[in-house]
Design a protein around this ligand. Sequence first.
Ligand code: CMC
Length: 386
Amino acid sequence: KGYFTFDPGFLATASCESKITYIDGEQGILLHRGYSIEDLAKHADYLEVCYILLFGERPNVEQYENFKTTVTRHTMVHEQLIHFFQGFRRDSHPMAIMVGVVGALSAFYHDSMDISNERHREIAAYRLISKMPTLAAMSYKYSAGQPFVYPRNDLSYAANFLNMMFSVPTEEYKVSPVVERAMDRIFTLHADHEQNASTSTVRLAGSSGANPFACIAAGIACLWGPAHGGANEACLTMLEEIGSVDRIPEFIERAKDKNDPFRLMGFGHRVYKNYDPRATVMRESCHEVLNELNIDDPLLDVAMELERIALSDPYFKEKKLFPNVDFYSGIVLKAIGIPVSMFTVIFALSRTVGWIAHWKEMMEEETQRIGRPRQLYTGEPHRPFK
Ligand code: CMC
């Protein structure tokens, strides 16, 4: 009744102040702590980006090495967690497992319950960044019926994840440098994106004083949806459904038809009304990976042709619908052998640092208030209960 701003979908509501990430959707600019995503993707590795997001500045050599050592030293998960995995049906979606298992970490680290202690908050951040690749790879190994692979501290963050995914006891697995670089870049490009749905979920959960593992589990649950992180999986499923280049026009017409709920997955963005700068970097990486690995996959031909046709179509031009980062990351992930059901898990793994950086920033604010939106009530007026 005039007291609140009615803003469904939060199109015009700033929910907080933040110093972490800046986006100019009209210009297609994305900065983390002032550094452009293009520079970060080119010159920094994922762990340096994590440090920058968490602490606000680039690390010097010693700070970087210490950070890396700490992250590496926390990569093991408690052996008892294996029972959590074994409690899931074998055909469970790995995101279902991740929501459960990451939330379950709350039961293992009691010191993280006292979040008023800055040191405890920092340790929780390290634990999450370190353990996410291990848990993610375990969720895949479990679904594949293969033995879990322990983390290796001699490998880079990306190579260790790939090794835990693909190594089997019967054969030595060697990570190709091209694949390692592509994986690291996917992590970097998904590291943070200001107040998107999952980050806002983490902040809202955190505003009640919930522990960091529970907050990140809430973020993972939100990310799973196909309009958000689930888009990379949905995009590959769509490419499979299209199947061949000659069927693209049919799907383009369906995407334009207002009576058809179908949308081109991997296209459009709430904030970017210009090219998503992450997509530009990912597109480059995508072509590099496809060339270097010499991959011949008809699905990738469909993707490239779809991109070409959609970019020149007046509907997509007028509505400013460009391919987003997930259009290309799905193609790269497929090319490097990651199963489609793991795509959103990899997004969650990469975004954990962004979620935890926002949670940490919120916890460091002088005044904390529980997030509590209001509503416009449209139900029945008061009526007698007869
Ligand atoms: N295909 C066809 N039409 C589309 C699409 C699409 N992918 N995206 C938006 N539109 C149309 C939509 O129908 C609407 O048309 P009209 O004005 O005639 O009603 C107009 O464009 C604006 O769309 P909207 O749904 O109001 O825009 P939004 O900001 O609420 O939604 C979005 C953004 C990303 C949810 C949406 O573009 C979409 O559903 N894209 C496909 C899913 C996807 O790729 N999501 C990943 C986003 S990037 C990763 C992440 O941050 O999670």
